[in-house]
Design a protein. Structure first.
Length: 286
């Protein structure tokens, strides 16, 4: 990204707390800051360098969270910094579990039965409505931090407490468990003129229930039929357009396993709901 921007005539200021990366090499950017990735530090750098634009979507989850925090603190507005590519509103929609769920319903994409909560007692009430087992997904976290599965009230009380504490906004999503379903990801790119492509699709070797960060991922997928591949590809393009992302994102799906596998897992096989959208990361993924 730094190299591409410099080719386009931009002067690039790079901030990273990790000196052991190729991006902090002096040839990569015009100005390099190896500093803590916190709002006060970034604010001082913005005050000093006076950048026109900020590109957060190539900085992983940390980049997204910082961009939102800088916007909330009024720093971007104060120093007249615009966000390049995907907007802060789109990042919020994709990262906030409730807003994202509402958007998917508007564009006709299926999501697992779920409820966003900010308190443990509300989490318990949601789990009783959905039925155990459930998965707890904190908003604005990386790598499933604070989340997990719960099979009863005692487990949920512990997991929901951890999830609410770990979440940047004190919010978790209580969601129907899809353990045993296939986990599929699509890497999608969209430009400002609404041209979209799927760069590749990936299939986790492990099913849902093993965190994607702990699983081996194969690209391209090996076990999808053409119909399944095209169905999920079409859904990915619809989702990136619905969110209004300009740049890259990855879309994660749960795909219903074969009826025999569903039976072995004790699940009903439902032909009317062959897949669910799990989440979208509005940034470059693996």
């Amino acid at each position: 990204a730094c190299t591409s921007l410099r080719e386009e005539g931009y002067s690039v200021v790079l901030v990273n707390s990790n000196p052991a990366t190729i991006m902090t090499d002096l040839d990569i950017a015009d100005q390099i800051y190896i500093e803590p990735l916190t709002v006060p530090v970034i604010t001082r750098i913005i005050e000093r360098e006076r950048p026109d634009e900020l590109l957060p979507t190539l900085g992983g989850q940390t980049g997204l969270n910082l961009a939102v925090e800088l916007a909330d603190a009024g720093v971007l507005e104060e120093y007249d910094v615009t966000v390049m590519g995907t907007s802060i509103e789109t990042i919020r929609t994709a990262e906030d579990r409730e807003l994202f769920s509402q958007l998917l319903h508007r564009i006709g994409q299926p999501t697992p039965p779920s409820e966003a909560t900010s308190a443990v007692e509300n989490s318990l009430a949601a789990a009783h409505k959905i039925g155990y087992p459930v998965v707890v997904r904190p908003a604005y976290t990386l790598g499933g931090t604070g989340g997990g599965f719960a099979n009863n009230d005692a487990e949920l009380r512990q997991t929901a407490t951890n999830g609410i504490d770990a979440s940047l906004v004190g919010q978790v999503l209580i969601e129907k468990s899809l353990i045993g379903w296939k986990e599929i990801e699509y890497e999608v790119v969209r430009d400002g003129a609404d041209n979209c492509i799927t760069v590749c699709n990936m299939e986790n070797l492990d099913p849902m229930g093993v965190h994607t960060g702990d699983s081996i991922v194969v690209a391209p997928s090996q076990t999808l039929s053409d119909r399944e591949y095209q169905m999920l590809r079409s859904a990915s393009l619809k989702i990136i357009r619905g969110l209004g992302i300009e740049g890259g994102c990855n879309v994660q799906f749960a795909l219903q396993p074969h009826p025999k596998v569903s039976k072995a897992l004790g699940q009903d096989w439902k032909p009317e709901s062959p897949y669910y959208v799990i989440e979208v990361n509005p940034r470059v993924s693996r």
